[in-house]
Each structure stands twice: as C-alpha cells, then as structure tokens.
Design a protein around this ligand. Structure first.
Ligand code: SF4
Ligand code: F3S
Length: 111
C-alpha cells in the first residue's frame, strides 16, 4: 500500500505535504507532485495536510490511473522536501474538475 497524489493537486501545488513526510518521498513536476510508491511508508500524515485534499491511500476506488502516474513520474522528477510558494492562481484551480489533461510532464525544480 502507498499514499498517492491525485488530480486536484494539478495547477495548485500547495506543497504543504512535503514538509511532513518522514521519508521525503515527494517528487516535483512543473504543476503537480507525486509520491514514490516504493518509498512511502504509509504513515498517512500528509493526507490531512493538503489544502486541496489531493492525497489518498491507494485503497480508494478508481485510483489505478493515479497510482500509475505517481509511479511513472517519481522515477523522473526531482525530489522535493521543502515547502515553496503555491501556484499563483492555486485558489482558482482548487476543486476544478477535469484537470488531468493539464498535467505537465515537465520536471519541477526540486529543492
Ligand atoms: Fe510520506 Fe507518510 Fe505521506 Fe507516505 S503517507 S507520502 S510516507 S507522509
Ligand atoms: Fe499537491 Fe496538496 Fe501537496 S496540492 S503539492 S498534494 S499539499
């Protein structure tokens, strides 16, 4: 089991989650973060920290695509362990449906 980042993180990227992870298993894309499923120890402390409510355990229904996305990009994107400024229009994007096509494959800057 692992926790994973889901759709509502896209274009919000608040990054509160990275501050609490005891094993630093978040990786940063241009407009999204992912969790490395093989590094996550399932502690669950990141889930309530996300202002966008975008983190879930992989036991949730219909989560397979997000497990694949987290697995894929955790191998490519740089590690992030410190909070940075959220997207400038994060509040506007919070809760908007259909953000998956907006997911950028470009890596973020990391720490
Ligand atoms: Fe990190 Fe725990 Fe969240 Fe996994 S569940 S990503 S180990 S804070
Ligand atoms: Fe994304 Fe929430 Fe973390 S919006 S960056 S999963 S705090």
């Amino acid at each position: 089991m692992t926790y994973i980042v889901m759709e509502n993180c896209i274009k919000c990227k608040f990054t509160d989650c990275v501050e609490v992870c005891p094993v630093d298993c978040f990786y940063e894309g241009e407009n999204f973060l992912v969790i490395h499923p093989d590094e996550c120890i399932d502690c669950g402390v990141c889930e309530p920290e996300c202002p966008a409510d975008a983190i879930r355990p992989d036991t949730e229904p219909d989560i397979e695509i997000w497990l694949e996305i987290n697995t894929k990009y955790a191998e490519i994107w740089p590690n992030i362990t410190m909070k940075k400024d959220q997207a400038v229009d994060a509040e506007d994007w919070d809760g908007k449906p259909g953000k998956l096509p907006l997911l950028s494959e470009q890596p973020g800057e990391g720490d």
